[in-house]
Design a binder for this molecule. Sequence first.
Ligand SMILES: Nc1nc2c(c(=O)[nH]1)N[C@H]1C(S)=C(S)[C@@H](COP(=O)(O)OP(=O)(O)OC[C@H]3O[C@@H](n4cnc5c(N)ncnc54)[C@H](O)[C@@H]3O)O[C@H]1N2
Ligand code: MOO
Length: 403
Amino acid sequence: MPTSPLRSVADHQRRIADLLGSLAPTPVPLTEARGLVLAEPVTAPESLPSFDNSAMDGYAVRAEDIADASPDSPVRLPVAADIPAGSPGGDLAPGTAHRIMTGAPLPRGADAVVEVELTDGGTDVVAITGAREAGSFIRSAGVDVAAGTTVLDAGAVIGPAQIGLLAALGVREVVVRPRPRVLVCSTGSELTEDPEPDAGQIRDSNSFMLAAAVEDAGAVAIRRLWAADDVPTFLGILDAELDAGVDLILTSGGVSAGAYEVVKDALGPRGVEFTKVAMQPGMPQGSGTYGDAAVVCLPGNPVSSLVSFEVFVRPALRASYGHPRPHRRVVRAALTEAVTSPAGKRQLRRGRLDPAAGTVEPWGPPGSGFLGWLAGADCLIDLPADVTSLDAGATVDVWDLTD
Ligand SMILES: Nc1nc2c(c(=O)[nH]1)N[C@H]1C(S)=C(S)[C@@H](COP(=O)(O)OP(=O)(O)OC[C@H]3O[C@@H](n4cnc5c(N)ncnc54)[C@H](O)[C@@H]3O)O[C@H]1N2
Ligand code: MOO
């Protein structure tokens, strides 16, 4: 069979990123925004705190009323009111104190809070044994966030702290690029979901693995197994999911040279192209569109499938919803042992990174069937296409899969 030149990894990365593109911004409830990226800045609709309040459990007073207080000569003030957190506050008359709890509104007329430790804790009359300056233990309205200021810029990743801030400000909806919806479909007539496979069958691992990877990339996964060769029924599944709204159809299996390949048979005649990329593992790849959805067809070997996902799909998914860091963090580390790599192919080899030592240990053989080794790895060692061997101690690029 004639062979055509292999496509570079960078070219195929660009193609997949272009196919997925950028999703249109849409409002989503705050409770569904974790990990997404703001498409518009958020302006504070009000100040934080929204009212002057106490930073301590103690007594609200006028600082001048307790200016002469000392342990030997405490100042005694009548306790005119009790202000638990959540109560509306009130007015403090000169020469009196209000017992106040942390977070409760400062009464008008008070300008300091004395912590309870500096008093006898009295409930009718309180003896205060030290002076406090005006402003002591008061959290003034707007000291944290002033109404009208930009609290989060467009492009900010929404994490727990951002969600906390938005909730405090009463913002219940944010405008983001939505999570891409991904149909993850394992194909292969040898595959089963039955925990007890028949002779010659194996359990499908890729749909579970890729669905997890999709979710981990911040997208939504719809997981399917298609174990038959029947093209019309396979297309029927895709059509139904397209109707339900899918941004990416992600298949695994059936992209190489086999005789019965439902993916190729169904999608090849419909414009999806099947190419070879200069990469190991993950050489055979498919890509294109079907209906309104992007299509990425990954090889079936589990290691090839997940490594291909890391290289092509994960960055494109993250870029599609505007993530500022679509790619994994890359660090430099020294190989603990010598490696070899096929000429003309970029090799992404599983490894174990020791950040403290600045070393990386190749983890398992380079072949694409070693799922056991894959599960023990925490990084990918990125060997350029022109490298065929490296000695122990050589420094390499390493993709940190934990970040
Ligand atoms: N004559 C050629 N044969 C192969 C070539 C080639 O260029 N010429 N490429 C090899 C490479 S490289 C790869 S990678 C694989 C890719 O094959 P397919 O994408 O067609 O995958 P399958 O044949 O369907 O499966 C390969 C292997 O992986 C197992 N598998 C598949 N799906 C799953 C799943 N969901 N869960 C668990 N395991 C799965 C399958 O049983 C096979 O063992 O092709 C080479 N061959
Ligand atoms: O390219 Mo295949 O993914 O090496 O086994």
